[in-house]
Write a protein that binds this ligand. Structure first.
Ligand code: ADP
Ligand code: MG
Length: 784
């Protein structure tokens, strides 16, 4: 069934050629016990390895069941070793980190036999060698004889046709040797057993046939077989190791060096920890900025005023660059700074900043009013209207100095389907949010304080420590239309009544009653309140008042007069005018008596940052294609702030990630080294696996499995540690910055980092794994 035909094999070391087999021809019977004798170095082991397919012959042929092996591919040799050969070595060559049972099962595992069947076969084999009670022990818990029995069981388990034993009793005492020889003789009853020994007595006592070697040649054969006759069908089952088997094998191996693996995993997880922490911090900061944006900055309105500063963009960019440099510690030296010349450089500070007059025409106001209401939580128009207000103590009515009320017009919500700016930014302490144009609200500060001047102006007794909400809710004052409020005396206009008592006008049916219907206080998280403490009224009221005023006597008179109709003074000259609403100009006087409806200021409150963009787009659309003078410039402070802080955060994150990435590379190299060491340590195991029929691919797989385990461990460990570190980080950050829960580890990032860790370690281990698979099995087996 097996025959060697003129097999030659020599080893070349340097210039020296060592002939190990010098034309060996041998025929074997299907079942016989052949002992090979010969002095050390005569080629016995080489012959056995060639027969077992572990070593390749140089010339000649090895015929298996009538089939030449000259054209055998690697996979065929692997299958041959796995299916047809059982090896028994002098030094047992058991895999130390696997149990006895797993050792015996390994060959069958490689050929993909189902676990129940291989279990059954392994137990049978172990029973045959008398080790049934030791199946769950590890090799190092057994004696030498027992270990050799395990090796025999392993050789038998897959039921091979040929058992090759290389000095199986070489390391055993005489008594144990005899037991092992009995066992092998028993096996040889129905198998071909070829045993190398240098104990001629054992050979003579047990073997059926003795072949003697000397210098790579056969010098005697006690029972030669002339002709090889068998030509039975030849087929071999291909072997392959599943990744799960590889994982198990490496997992078991790693179990024997837990601490080293843990430390390796920890060391290589440092990069992951770094990146995870940085990501979770920047993630958190981004979230914080988002919260800040929507909470605070979207509350920061877009303002359109009559006079707007044209901010020089270049100057802003310069400033942001400076800030970045400072934060990143970059060199801030500017060549032109601190010159050592003895001259001064005049420059025009106004050059880069222009005041631009926005034309807030009725058309523009209409355009603004037509904006998609769902984009805004509120909009307010501030108009220069000096409403005529009266208060009454029940019997006497007197004018209210409106400037003492700290008046502001509260934002209107164009989109009735959602909460308006007033509702989202101001909490209602008492009463109701304003509903009709006649509703006033009292805005208090965050201490519930209100200036006594406001209360005095309203006619509420301010000489107390506390005033109950109930005393304020429902409090009424009245607005008086121009025609009732002013009367013409000669060429001038004066108050229509006696300022000490205007009860008659107050009680006039045309007087507009205004009630304080609610008390509002700015909410805690609103950092930039837009309504100052005082009285806020509706824009509708001012518009109503302005509409009426336009047709009033006093306004008509003022429109046609070239002097102030109240004082008789002439107006300020054009050149004396200041850019203020208070200067004595015809427009201002007209405005103060309600003749101009053009708002002084328009304030838009976007709902959030996305709608803010839509709002600014809408505003930009107005300007599209307009002359420079007709452009309306708006002020959006928030966006400048955000673009600055966002940019700085990104830069810091990049730098930190670069550092962490370096530590990842370091850990990659480290894993490479560790895997390489592992390859060296497991060289023998590689040899054993190859002898059992493992392919080169399987060996790669074993080490890939090992790096996979290390990589997963380090990834998971890194994420775990990074996650745990977010707690102290957050508490420190909370102490320093008052920001809660900044560091948040995004689960997606965590998973990606684990995957990166696995990939990187597998890359780091791939070269050593490839090296392992290329190892010559014979040499691998010879290492100690
Ligand atoms: P034996 O088993 O009979 O003691 P071997 O078959 O191991 O002898 O070796 C036969 C000869 O081949 C010896 O001279 C040995 O030095 C040489 N040899 C075996 N393996 C190698 C090798 N890998 N490289 C170089 N020489 C080797
Ligand atoms: Mg030998």
């Amino acid at each position: 069934m097996l025959s060697l035909k003129n097999i030659k094999k020599s080893y070349i070391t340097g210039d020296f050629k060592q002939v190990a087999l010098d034309g060996v021809s041998l025929n074997f019977r299907e079942s016989e016990f052949v002992a090979i004798l010969g002095p050390s170095g005569s080629g016995k082991t080489t012959c056995l390895n060639v027969i077992g397919g572990l070593d390749k012959y140089d010339s000649g042929d090895l015929i298996i069941n009538g089939k030449s092996t000259k054209e055998f591919k690697d996979s065929e040799w692997d299958a041959y070793r796995n299916n047809s050969i059982g090896f028994i070595f002098q030094s047992y060559n058991l895999i130390g980190h696997l149990s006895i049972l797993d050792n015996v099962e390994m060959g069958m595992t490689l050929s993909g036999i189902s676990s129940t069947e291989k279990h059954k076969k392994a137990l049978e084999a172990l029973e045959r060698v008398g080790l049934k009670d030791h199946v769950h022990k590890r090799p190092n818990q057994l004696s030498g004889g027992q270990m050799q029995r395990v090796a025999i069981a392993r050789a038998l388990a897959n039921d091979p046709d040929i058992i090759l034993a290389d000095e199986p009793t070489g390391a055993l005492d005489t008594k144990t040797s005899i037991q092992i020889m009995e066992l092998i003789k028993d096996i040889a009853k129905d198998k071909l057993v070829i045993m190398v020994t240098h104990n001629p007595e054992l050979a003579r006592d047990y073997a059926d046939r003795i072949v003697e070697f000397r210098d790579g040649n056969i010098i005697s054969d006690s029972n030669p077989l002339e002709e090889e006759k068998s030509n039975s069908a030849y087929s071999l089952k291909k072997t392959s190791m599943s990744f799960v088997t590889a994982l198990k094998l490496s997992g078991m191996n790693i179990r024997t060096k837990k601490w080293r693996t843990l430390l390796t995993a920890f060391a290589s997880s440092i990069g992951i920890i770094g990146i995870a922490l940085i990501l979770s911090l920047s993630n958190g900061f981004d979230k914080q900025i988002d919260i800040f944006e929507s909470d605070t900055l979207s509350g920061f309105p877009i303002m359109i005023t009559q006079k707007a500063a044209e901010v020089d963009i270049n100057q802003m960019m310069e400033q942001s660059k400076e800030m970045r440099k400072e934060v990143l510690g970059e060199d801030t030296e500017d060549e032109s700074k601190y010159p050592d010349t003895n001259v001064i450089y005049p420059y025009n500070s106004q050059e880069n900043t222009f005041m631009h007059t926005n034309k807030l025409t009725d058309e523009y106001v209409k355009y603004i009013e037509d904006i998609d209401g769902s984009l805004l939580s509120g909009i307010s128009f501030t108009r220069l209207v000096n409403m005529n207000l009266l208060k009454s103590d029940g019997s006497v009515a007197t004018p209210i100095n409106a400037s003492d009320l700290n008046l502001s017009s509260y934002p209107i919500n164009l989109d009735n389907s959602s909460e308006g700016y007033l509702e989202t930014s101001y909490e209602l302490l008492a009463g109701d949010y304003p509903e009709t144009m006649n509703d006033l609200v009292l805005v208090v500060d965050e201490y519930n304080k209100i200036d006594t001047a406001v209360l005095d102006a309203l006619g509420i007794d301010s000489n107390k420590d506390e005033i109950n909400f109930n005393d304020i809710i429902g409090y009424e004052i009245r607005a008086i239309l121009n025609n009732d409020y002013y009367t013409k005396v000669g060429n001038y206009f004066t108050l229509a009544g006696n300022p000490t008592d205007m009860s008659e006008i107050y009680n006039n049916e045309r007087a507009i009653p205004l009630k304080i219907t609610g008390i509002l206080r700015v909410k805690k998280d609103v950092t930039i309140p837009v309504l100052s403490a005082g009285i806020a009224y509706s824009d509708e009221l001012s518009q109503y008042f302005i509409e009426d005023a336009k047709s009033s006597e006093v306004v008509k008179a003022q429109e046609s007069a070239v002097y102030n109709v109240f004082t008789g003074e002439s107006f300020d000259k054009e050149s004396d005018r200041m850019n203020s609403a208070n200067s004595n100009t015809k427009e201002n006087v007209l405005a103060s008596i309600g003749a101009t409806s053009t708002p002084y200021m328009i304030t838009l409150y976007p709902k959030d940052f996305t709608t803010k963009e839509a709002v600014t787009d809408y505003l930009d659309n107005w300007n599209a294609g307009k002359e420079k003078d007709d452009v309306v410039i708006y002020n959006d402070m928030a966006s400048t702030f955000v673009s600055l802080s966002g940019g700085i955060m990104d830069a810091i994150t990049m730098v930190l990630i670069a550092f962490a990435a370096i530590s990842l590379i370091v850990s990659l190299i480290m894993v490479g080294i560790i895997t390489y060491i592992s390859v060296l340590e497991r060289t023998k195991e590689i040899g054993v696996l190859r002898a059992l029929g493992a392919r080169k691919k399987d060996i790669t797989r074993v080490f890939n499995a090992e790096t996979f385990i290390v990589g997963s461990c380090s990834g998971i460990l890194g994420i775990l540690i990074a996650y745990l570190l977010t707690f102290p980080t957050n508490s420190i950050l909370y102490k320093i910055t008052d920001l809660k829960g900044v560091a948040v580890l995004n689960p997606v990032h965590a998973i990606i980092l684990v995957i990166i860790s696995v990939c990187l370690t597998m890359i780091g281990g791939s070269i050593p794994a490839k090296m392992a698979s290329k190892k010559d099995p014979v040499e691998a087996l010879r290492t100690e």
